[in-house]
Design a protein around this ligand. Structure first.
Ligand code: PMP
Length: 364
């Protein structure tokens, strides 16, 4: 490609594979043989139905999903799932458990509280969310309708290594910032959701993977709006109303790219390798200080601070001049955040590691 691209470390919307962007660009005027752009196609056309089915099949193959799982394409972002999960899965007389490991799980909990009884089954808020709680710290209820957790905490740079044991309680996972970054242990999960804009494609579509048993036992309330019921999408192939066709098409291209590049195991190896190089660069010196505890470090969002805020500002500015963009931490916590989702190239990690060494040499 003859365009100048920076290394984009943004937490989301985030970098997409270049080959995917090139294919979308090449076919934007007309999909092969159609004489029409994907942006112009009726959602009832056979081509769109085929795009949606192929995308769902890619997802099934990648995640090794059995027929018991539904793959749904929704709108409203991951934030809408904060409401849809309790609306559909939390009976009026029941209770759900939430593990609070950061801003997004707190928002999920707050939203659920509007609709029913929720318990906090674990939280690391008093420690500033620098870690994931250990299994034996959790206070789960065996009768909970579900247990909700956030698999990767985009803002704090922490990630669950393994999902906690939940017995017969279905696990509901907000995987917005690490979906398909490693193999999914789907067997124990009742429902997984993710906004597309980090690891799956552009903003505008939310992927929901839900077990049939959970779906069928849902709708505990009579007054759930039709567009907020999972069954509406499961029963219509996500075509109850006009779906976000273009974002789904892009998710189709990204999931094809994932399959062509070795699937989730290959991604996990690549992601571990990329993250290790950055954590090694942080740990090598006292100049950079990682903010997450080492057992909870995220492979997707790497958070650290410098000795003072002036140095952080200068780091971000100078990095930008070198084509390393999007390194500022979330506005609520400050510091630095390096987001290296699946599509983030290894060359960008090398470039940042070199920049860190040079910055420390000149400012340390
Ligand atoms: N959950 C997590 C883990 C996130 O990182 C985000 C967005 N950064 C959200 C939920 C909210 O997603 P959305 O903007 O799609 O509602």
């Amino acid at each position: 490609m003859n365009v100048e691209r920076v290394f984009n470390f943004s937490a989301g919307p985030a970098v997409l594979p270049e080959s995917v962007l090139a294919e979308a660009q090449r076919d934007l005027m007309t999909l092969p043989g159609l004489g029409m752009s994907v942006l112009e196609l009726s959602h009832r056309s056979s081509t769109v139905v085929e795009i949606m089915e192929t995308t769902a099949t890619n997802i099934r193959t990648l995640a090794d999903l059995s027929e018991d799982f539904h793959v749904l394409f929704l709108q409203g972002g991951a934030s809408q799932q904060f409401a849809m999960v309790p609306l559909n899965l939390l009976p009026i007389d029941g209770s759900a458990d939430y593990i609070v490991t950061g801003t997004w799980s707190k928002k999920a909990l707050k939203e659920a509280r509007q609709f029913g009884n929720v318990r906090v089954a674990g939280s690391t808020e008093s420690e500033g969310f620098v870690r994931i709680p250990a299994n034996d710290e959790l206070d789960r209820a065996d009768g909970a309708a579900y247990l909700h957790l956030t698999s990767n905490n985009t803002i704090y740079g922490t990630q669950w290594r393994e999902m906690p044991e939940t017995g017969a309680v279905p696990l509901v996972v907000d995987a917005s910032s690490d979906i398909f970054s490693r193999p999914l242990e789907v067997a124990r999960r009742g429902l997984i959701y993710a906004g597309a804009q980090k690891n799956l494609g552009p903003a505008g579509v939310t992927l929901v993977i839900v077990h049939d048993e959970l779906l069928r036992r849902s709708s505990p309330r009579s007054a759930v709006p039709t567009t907020l019921r999972y069954s509406t999408y499961a029963d219509s192939g996500s075509l109850y109303n006009t779906p976000p066709v273009f974002p789904i098409y892009m998710v189709g291209l990204v999931t094809k790219w994932l399959l062509e590049n070795g699937g989730l195991l290959a991604m996990a190896n690549r992601n571990e390798n990329k993250a290790r190089r950055l954590y090694t660069a942080i740990d090598r010196t006292e100049f950079y200080i990682g903010t997450a505890t080492s057992d909870s470090r995220s492979l997707m969002n790497i958070t650290f601070v410098l000795p003072n805020e002036d140095l952080e500002t200068s780091f971000i500015e100078k990095a930008k001049e070198e084509g390393l963009v999007g390194l500022q931490g979330h506005r609520s916590v400050g510091g630095l955040r390096v987001s290296i989702y699946n599509a983030f190239p290894e060359a960008g990690v090398d470039a940042l590691v070199s920049f860190m060494t040079e910055f420390e040499r000149t400012h340390g």
